[in-house]
Design a protein around this ligand. Structure first.
Ligand code: NAD
Ligand code: MG
Length: 406
């Protein structure tokens, strides 16, 4: 009888202190016979990262800068933990591409997560992609790197994970989906689904971050409230499932139980359902093609009782309109959209602009002429920086001409 235990899969969690990072660690904790934490990374909340290192004893931890690395290294040493602490984008890329790593959870928020996600792809890893901004910014480059390096890409975003479950793709072989008429991308509609434009003008950051169905980080919560999140997801879906923007239809489904659907040309419509808890897509992607328990309660259809479907209002939710236009324009437009949105969301959270000024800032930055060549990652990051500079100039002018007065 073979008594050898199967080798534990070594997992790097990029963005370990975030909402997705915590859910990932929760799934890992439920399966100590399958997974071991190889590296944990965080940008702030050092005490939390330290506690996670004491609990999981990873080989590496990665923080923002040298000074924080030195402090954490010394604290971990005192606690008797042998984790080596690295820092910066270099450190993130190192733990994403390390030869001993089997899978990388890419759960850093925003453009900051792109280089390390790309490093994991270029090292041919199994990549569990939560960071949607990476695909929005560099979809063509990212997907061709996946094919070139034979990486295994598994979507974590609940909608894309649902679509993947209804439409499995072998990215490494570059197979285009066959017989798909439409992808129906569901959206909760966020906390202001029924708010008037006048009400949207007075929305506070606390209200915008209080999502009715999902508990998430601040940036994605604001994106859900403006529906930019669905716009970014539409672009993400086009890259992941080789779809044209016109093939992806956004459907508001306030109960967030159907996570998305695929409509085939023979009239079959496949959907994935479940309680709104990110541990389901995380466990699915971690174990794929097997299945493991996630800790999510079974769906009770009798409690649910009804499901509603509503078309989105592109006037009140201008961010979704702008994202659809950027998806159709392609090239640099999605990079500019994403960068301007990140600046706008941060400014809204700091109460520098109103909620309704988020799409205004993005539209103004999108209308500016800027570099459009996107050959490599360097171009992507240059356009991102240029768009942020324009967005910051817009913000400075705005705060000189008008106080926000929320
Ligand atoms: P979060 O804000 O809760 O966590 C973000 C993590 O990234 C933290 O660990 C933080 O330390 C790290 N981080 C932030 N800025 C960084 C930087 N400049 N450099 C390095 N690390 C940095 O975010 P979240 O809600 O967990 O979302 C993470 C990603 O997953 C986002 O791209 C989001 O769109 C995507 N996503 C999240 C959910 C969700 O339910 N939360 C669902 C689908 C997709
Ligand atoms: Mg989503």
């Amino acid at each position: 009888m073979n008594t050898d235990k199967p080798r534990l899969q070594q997992i790097t969690v990029l963005g370990a202190t975030g909402s997705i990072g915590s859910s990932t660690l929760d799934v890992i904790r439920q399966h100590p016979d399958r997974y071991q934490v190889f590296a944990l990374t965080a940008h702030s909340r050092m005490a939390e990262l330290q506690a996670l290192c004491i609990q999981h004893r990873p080989r590496f931890a990665v923080v923002a800068d040298a000074a924080s690395a030195k402090r954490l290294q010394s604290d971990l040493h005192t606690a008797g933990v042998a984790t080596a602490v690295l820092f910066g984008q270099q450190g993130l890329a190192e733990v994403a591409a390390h030869p001993d790593v089997d899978a990388v959870m890419a759960a850093i928020v925003g453009a900051a997560g792109l280089p390390s996600a790309m490093a994991a792809v270029q090292a041919g890893k199994k990549i569990l992609l939560a960071n949607k901004e990476a695909l929005v910014m560099s979809g063509a480059l990212f997907m061709s790197a996946v094919r070139e390096h034979g990486a295994q890409l598994l979507p974590i975003d609940s909608e894309h994970n649902a679509i993947f479950q209804c439409l499995p793709c072998n990215y490494a072989e570059g197979l285009a989906p066959v017989g798909v008429r439409r992808i129906l991308l569901t959206a909760s509609g966020g906390p202001f689904r029924n708010s008037s434009y006048a009400e949207l003008e007075r929305v506070t950051p606390a209200q915008a971050c209080a999502h009715p169905n999902w508990s998430m980080g601040q940036k994605i919560s604001v994106d859900s409230a403006t529906m930019m999140n669905k716009g970014l997801e539409l672009i993400e879906a086009c890259w992941l499932f080789a779809a044209r923007p016109t093939q992806v239809e956004v459907v508001i489904h306030p109960q967030s139980v159907i996570h998305s659907l695929v409509d085939y040309i023979d009239g079959s419509v496949l959907a994935q359902l479940g309680n709104p808890d990110m541990r389901t897509p995380i466990a699915h992607a971690m174990a794929w093609p097997e299945r493991i328990a996630s800790g999510v309660a079974p769906l009770d259809l009798f409690t649910l009782a009804r499901m509603d479907f509503i078309a989105p209002d592109l006037q009140r939710f201008a961010c979704l309109r702008l994202a659809i236009a950027a998806a159709q324009a392609g090239a640099a437009a999605p990079i500019v959209l994403n960068a301007a949105n990140e600046v706008a969301v941060a400014a809204f959270l700091q109460e520098r602009i109103r909620f309704t000024q988020i799409p205004q800032l993005i539209e103004d930055v999108l209308s500016l002429q800027m570099s459009t060549t996107v050959h490599d990652l360097e171009n992507v990051l240059e356009i991102d920086q240029q768009a942020r500079a324009y967005a910051n100039t817009w913000l400075n002018k705005q705060s000189i001409t008008a106080g926000v007065g929320l």
